[in-house]
Design a protein around this ligand. Structure first.
Ligand SMILES: NC(=O)c1ccc[n+]([C@@H]2O[C@H](COP(=O)([O-])OP(=O)(O)OC[C@H]3O[C@@H](n4cnc5c(N)ncnc54)[C@H](O)[C@@H]3O)[C@@H](O)[C@H]2O)c1
Length: 307
């Protein structure tokens, strides 16, 4: 299949590109490089520097595609709080535009990267896909609204629209800003021999999933017949931010003690864990154990910071 990946120069997108290429798909990446890096994109993929808010500028270069995987987004919760209109433009209008562009390109499938942030601070963890979305941030709200557009298009029957609600993704190539970047921030600090600041008391829990597993989920059963779905992509395991810090400090051979705690961040969720029963019924399961994923990530940051 010929697959267009928006945001394919980013952290998750660049791994999705590799998972697609490993399955012998032809891949086209569209990314404006506002947060991604050209070097992240495999030379085996076609790269177009373009903005999802201006598809007329690049659509003819793509020509035709069978599926679109839409990851390009404004990913920072604090930025969404400071600039809500800009978040709506990129994360809602950008997605609406990509649904139209996908159909103009001849796509039959559209996979959308949504987020656990749509659930907000719902206490009924682990959360299944039918739980109400009560977002705490504009970022979560805009992902929630964009999801409705994907499901609406799916309901028309011409484009199979799938929503993948990602838990906290970590792994190599994650930048140290943005959503869920705690593993990257800790790894970079340890690789530099400095100490990070932990927001809050460190007792907040997250469902951490390795980026290689998320990339597999986006490539999973692409092109196969079946209904579009909304699926959680997580591990169903809650891990405290403090435990992640201790694992990483241990990998670095440094003491975990004496780390500074800062105030909680506005819009942050206290506990986040996703139920994966529906995803397992689809045949997909995250496979990378946390310790293995943390080791891969820390080693990546060590290589980056080597003089
Ligand atoms: N990282 C996580 O833990 C996480 C969790 C839940 C959901 N997500 C979602 O997964 C997707 C990918 O996130 P990521 O962590 O890889 O972030 P990322 O910033 O590394 O990737 C996003 C990419 O989109 C590009 N982009 C941004 N605005 C664009 C625009 N207007 N036009 C074209 N390209 C544009 C950026 O340059 C970047 O390469 C996003 O939709 C994000 O909301 C991420």
């Amino acid at each position: 299949m010929r697959v267009l990946v928006t945001g394919g120069a980013g952290f998750i997108g660049s791994h999705v590109v590799e998972a697609l290429l490993a399955r012998d798909h032809q891949v086209v990446v569209v990314d404006n490089l506002s947060h991604g890096l050209r070097d992240n994109v495999s030379p085996r993929a076609q790269f177009i520097q373009g903005d999802i808010l201006n598809p007329e500028a690049w659509r003819s270069q793509v020509g035709q595609a069978d599926a679109m995987i839409h990851l390009a987004a404004q990913i920072s919760v604090p930025v969404s709080e400071d600039e809500p209109e800009s978040d709506v433009r990129t994360n809602v209008l950008g997605t609406v535009g990509m649904l139209q562009t996908a159909q103009q390109l001849g796509c039959r499938e559209f996979r959308f990267a949504s987020s656990a942030a749509v659930y907000g601070d719902n206490p009924r963890v682990p959360l299944d896909e039918d739980e109400a979305g009560v977002p705490l941030s504009y970022y979560g709200l805009d992902k929630c609204i964009a999801e409705f557009y994907v499901r609406h298009e799916d309901g028309k029957g011409t484009l199979k629209g799938m929503v993948l609600r990602l838990a906290n993704v970590y792994g190599p190539r994650q930048r140290t800003q943005g959503e869920g970047g705690v593993v990257a921030i800790f790894s970079e600090a340890l690789a530099h021999g400095t100490r990070p600041v932990i927001f809050g008391d460190g007792g907040q829990t997250r469902d951490f999933i390795y980026v290689g597993d998320v990339a597999e989920a986006f490539a999973w059963k692409l092109g196969e017949p079946g209904p579009g779905m909304t699926l959680n992509i997580g591990t169903e395991t809650a891990v405290t931010v403090d435990a992640v810090w201790r694992h990483l400090a241990d990998l670095a051979g440094q003491s975990a003690d004496g780390v500074e705690h800062g105030p909680e961040r506005s819009g942050d969720i206290r506990h986040s864990r996703l139920k994966t029963v529906r995803t397992a019924a689809w045949g997909f399961q995250a496979r990378t154990p946390l310790k293995e994923g943390l080791r891969e990530t820390f080693q990546y940051f060590q290589r980056l910071n080597r003089p």
